[in-house]
Write a protein that binds this ligand. Structure first.
Ligand code: DGY
Length: 333
């Protein structure tokens, strides 16, 4: 029997391609060519499965050009690049890569927080520019992390990892806001207290965002929310671009209405709002919060195992819309 065909949409670990090639006829974009949606659809037209990253968009137009497609396996926990409703309507399963990146991403959230609050990037640029001629009492003085109040918006597994680091490692008071309050045991483990969003913004010394992107969470932090924050506060976004209104944030940073920010994700990335590029008190990184070698390999393996699990064994590991697909089939006339 001939093998099913899959597409790997972006350059990928050779060992993950080799593992998939045992089961499938694999086409991979190993040269990492930047495809238009039309080119992507052409490469995918005869495939049963696709391995995507968070920047590969699966939408209704693409699906209509890919009649054989059964599964899109995302090498990311976030899946706002998937139109899940369109996929369900087309009978295409989506899978994501949860779990394997929590601690690595929490590490990075903390790294951005420390770098922004203690002005690491800003002072390094200044030093490299040859401006350090003598010491001053207030040279790049920032805001303390230890003993301060950490506010986390979005208290899933990554948020909880950041809370544990803050509470247990740095003696921070942790407050959080989330769609729903955590159970008492998890709150105790994270030493975290549930508060409303406004209370969090007004009382936190540092605010970290870890909410998934949805139309409702767009601009969770805009001009009004920035106005509630302390002038000494730090804002960190390791969630998704669009959770913060980047133009409003750039203005608040420039006018020192908040002290600093650390951003790993941007509205419309890889473009970055030009105003953010000109303010010194923000640390900017190119969506690398999960980028340790071990974690990126684990994410890729999970996406590959979803393709193998579903197309070969009929059992995906981390499906997103399996139930919705089943109920659609059950209700079909
Ligand atoms: C994720 O897994 O969602 C990370 O942001 C990498 O895309």
């Amino acid at each position: 029997m001939s093998k099913q065909r899959i597409l790997i949409a972006r350059a990928m670990f050779p060992e993950v391609i080799d593992k998939l090639a045992v089961h499938f006829e694999v086409e991979s974009n190993q040269e990492d060519a930047p495809w238009s949606q039309e080119e992507f659809a052409k490469h995918l037209a005869d495939k049963q499965g696709v391995f995507t990253t968070g920047s590969d968009r699966i939408d209704a137009a693409l699906l209509s050009a890919c009649p054989h497609l059964k599964i899109c396996a995302n090498m990311a926990v976030g899946y706002n690049n998937f139109d899940i409703a369109a996929m369900t309507a087309a009978g295409v399963l989506g899978t994501n890569a949860p779990g394997v990146l929590n601690e690595t991403t929490a590490d990075f959230g903390f790294a951005l927080l420390m770098a922004a609050a203690r002005r690491v990037s800003e002072s390094e640029h200044w030093l490299r520019a040859g401006q350090w001629d003598r010491w001053r009492y207030d040279l790049f003085a920032g805001t303390d992390i230890h003993g301060s109040t950490l506010g986390i918006i979005g208290m899933g597994r990554i948020g909880q990892g950041i809370a544990r680091r803050g509470a247990h490692g740095f003696g921070m008071q942790v407050i959080y806001h989330n769609r729903s309050q955590l159970d008492a045991a998890t709150e105790a483990e994270c030493k975290a207290r549930y508060v409303g969003k406004e209370e969090l913004l007004r009382s936190a010394d540092h605010v970290v965002l870890v909410v998934p992107y949805t139309p409702e969470s767009r601009h969770t932090i805009g001009a009004a929310e920035l106005a509630m924050m302390k002038p000494t506060a730090t804002l960190v976004n390791v969630a998704r671009g669009g959770i913060v209104d980047d133009a409003a944030l750039a203005a608040a940073l420039r006018e020192k209405r908040i002290a600093a920010a650390g951003l790993d994700v941007f509205e419309g990335e890889p473009s970055v709002h030009p105003d953010l590029l000109t303010v010194p008190n923000v640390v900017l990184t190119p969506h690398i919060a999960s980028a340790s070698n071990a974690t990126r390999l684990a994410m890729a393996n999970l996406a590959a195992d979803n393709l193998i699990g579903f197309l070969i064994h009929g059992k995906p590991l981390t499906p997103l819309n399996l139930e919705a697909m089943a109920s659609k089939t059950a209700s079909a006339p």
